[in-house]
Design a protein around this ligand. Structure first.
Ligand SMILES: NC(=O)CC[C@H](N)C(=O)O
Length: 388
């Protein structure tokens, strides 16, 4: 079923921006209201992975792809136990699912997980507004009776202090350590588990996507996951051959308060370190660089990134609203990757050590698989140390 934008009188959902702009539409998913930052994601597939990516905590996602819901939802594609994105904004009402993997309708899946959605929104107009003004604070409300106190919705969006300064990693991290065993169900040609004993890796969970852990396991790692607040001593007690720093939500500077001393402690041991997204930002902060809030961030599955050493361009999956300021990289830290959209930093490494990180998502989920080589690079760095 397709729907047209709802007039105020018929609306069952309302999206109120802090600047007073109001979008009416049809509500779906859970009823209620949520206050969050609004971002747009341009991926054409993978809405379930996007909604369950813990890095979206505190954010409502506008999907620029208009047909959302047609593949339903299934138990395998969750990137975390629950959706962590606060809500979704789509152009059309979610369609009936039509896919052999669908176990339930997206709408029912959202109801069970307590997430609100609004359909019938002019997402092109909304996306243009986000690009121009930056990611706004919004209140998204779903009420089947259509009773909206619009002034109240706007006031609550305005009153919200936003993501800057918020440490959300501690909200979405695991409660205790665990072993991760599952591998990827498919691995791009030319990659795969190598022979020999597994590489002992400690992965710090700032809100880790499951497919990252699968990729590490598929590259030959025996992964022990530790909570975000683990100290260097906690990590070293596992006698790791390498340390992985995961993606995660919120302001890197806020999470850095406890992550930076831990990483500095790990770096003293000269262990291979690999970070993705928030993990990249944590490593940069630990090395003395600074992070900045972007205007509207990068959220999609078609972002070109150049590896400076080779000149090769990777098409990547992205989801970040903060970035490492490459002007602040200290001596001895090399910029390895840049975004070809806006030149922002997408990767660093320590010049003479196997310590590196990237802003984009080599595990994709959803997105292209061009950057998987980074998992192999991390595994190779650990294997090289065994041989040396
Ligand atoms: N995907 C991530 O790890 C996001 C990192 C950070 N929260 C940002 O928005 O930039």
């Amino acid at each position: 079923m397709t729907i047209t934008p709802a007039a105020q009188g018929k609306a069952t959902a309302c999206l109120a921006l802090a600047d007073g702009t109001i979008f009416y539409g049809q509500g779906f998913g859970a009823t209620g209201e949520t206050v969050a930052e609004l971002v747009f994601n341009t991926a054409m597939t993978g809405y379930q992975e996007i909604m369950t990516d813990p890095s979206y905590a505190g954010q409502v996602v506008t999907f620029t792809f208009p047909h959302i819901g047609n593949t339903g939802a299934n138990p395998e594609d969750d990137e975390a136990a629950d959706p962590v994105a606060a809500g979704m904004v789509v152009k059309w009402d979610p369609t009936e699912s039509s896919n052999w993997r669908a176990a339930e309708r997206l709408t029912d899946w959202l109801v069970k997980r307590g997430r609100v959605g609004i359909g019938g929104v002019d997402t092109r107009r909304l996306t243009r507004a986000i690009r121009q003004q930056g990611a706004p604070h919004v209140t998204l409300a779903h009420d089947p009776d259509g009773n909206f106190d619009v002034a109240g919705l706007v006031a609550r969006a305005r009153a919200w202090s936003g993501l800057v300064g918020l440490d959300l990693a501690k909200e979405v991290t695991c409660a205790q350590s665990y072993r991760w065993e599952e591998t990827r169900w498919a691995w791009p040609t030319g990659y795969g588990r190598r022979e020999g004993a597994g590489l002992r890796v400690v992965a710090i969970d700032y809100g880790a996507k499951r497919n990252i852990l699968r990729c590490l396991a598929s590259a030959g790692c025996e992964v022990t996951v530790l909570p975000a607040t683990a100290t260097a001593e906690d990590i070293l007690a596992h006698d790791p051959e390498g340390v992985f720093l995961s993606n995660g939500p919120g302001d890197p500077a806020a999470t850095g308060v406890y992550a930076v001393p831990m990483i500095q402690g790990v770096l003293e041991r000269q262990l291979p370190v690999f970070g993705i997204c928030l993990g990249h930002q944590m490593l940069a902060l630990a090395l003395g660089a600074k992070t900045i809030k972007m205007n509207h961030g990068h959220h999609g599955a078609n972002h070109p990134v150049k590896e400076l050493a080779t000149g090769k361009v990777e098409i990547t999956s992205m989801n970040h609203g903060f970035a490492v300021d490459s002007q602040t990289l200290p001596e001895g830290v090399v910029e390895t990757h840049v975004s070809l959209f806006d030149g922002s930093n997408c990767g660093i490494r320590i010049a003479d050590q196997p310590v590196f990180s990237v802003q984009h998502h080599p595990e994709a989920s959803p997105g292209p698989q061009d950057s998987y080589y980074l998992f192999e690079r991390f595994a190779d760095a650990m294997r090289d140390r065994r041989v040396a």
